[in-house]
Write a protein that binds this ligand. Structure first.
Ligand SMILES: C[S@@+](CC[C@H](N)C(=O)[O-])C[C@H]1O[C@@H](n2cnc3c(N)ncnc32)[C@H](O)[C@@H]1O
Length: 207
């Protein structure tokens, strides 16, 4: 399979990460962990979310289809992080392996079928009393000037991504973003926060 992030991986932390870092901090506040919490980040990219969680727990894992993104993550996290190249639609993890599964800024870029497959797989490998943290774009309504500005920036970057990524993003936004996907996957919302002037949603879910 083609590595969609091959040309982006080296610049990702400089260009994209500063724009979305706050979302990850808010995610941590909404789904805190303790020393022994096992965390899996689905579509972990360059490992920035795991780096934040690594301050609180050493039991961290990540999975991503992009070898180039995983290479950046491996440099950022120490050897204790278990980082795997592969699709989150079908993993080799045993049922009930994780206390917390995070998934940041992936679901908008994959097809609707894959969105549900990823969440079904996350549900399978999640502890019965575990949590899922989702962070992604939100369809609005746009709340303020910050929201208008962010929307323009998001649309620009998603347009640049092109191809299926752009098509999937448009489908995601047009069809209700995370709340609809969460409902379709049969998960329950425990906490939610809409931020970025209405452009981002952060959801903590239970089975
Ligand atoms: C926009 S990046 C977000 C990276 C990171 N989660 C973050 O918030 O910075 C999306 C990531 O999802 C990964 N991805 C896309 N489809 C995937 C799949 N089916 N399984 C695992 N990772 C996937 C991509 O390779 C990419 O690294």
């Amino acid at each position: 399979m083609k590595d969609q992030y091959k040309n982006v991986s080296k610049g990702y932390d400089r260009i994209i990460e500063p724009m979305v870092r706050n979302l990850k901090i808010m995610g941590l506040e909404m789904s805190p962990v303790s020393k022994n919490t096992s965390v899996l980040d689905i579509g972990c990219g360059t490992g920035s979310l795991l780096k934040i969680y690594q301050k609180y727990t050493e039991n961290i894992s990540g999975i991503d289809v992009s070898l180039s993104m995983i290479r950046v993550a491996r440099k950022k996290l120490n050897e204790k992080a278990n980082l795997i190249v592969g699709s989150a639609t079908k993993t080799e993890f045993k049922p009930h392996s994780f206390d917390l599964i995070t998934c940041s800024l992936i679901l908008h870029e994959v097809s609707d079928v894959i969105r549900i497959e990823i969440l079904k797989e996350a549900t399978r490998i999640l502890q019965n009393n575990g949590r899922i943290l989702l962070i992604d774009y939100h369809p609005g309504p746009i709340e303020n000037f910050e929201g208008v500005y962010s929307k323009i920036v998001i649309r620009f970057f998603e347009f640049l991504a092109g191809g299926d990524h752009h098509k999937n993003y448009r489908h995601f936004i047009k069809n209700g973003g995370l709340p609809r996907v969460i409902e379709k996957a049969g998960l329950k919302i425990e906490k939610e926060r809409i931020t970025g002037g209405g452009n981002f949603g952060i959801f903590v879910l239970r089975k």
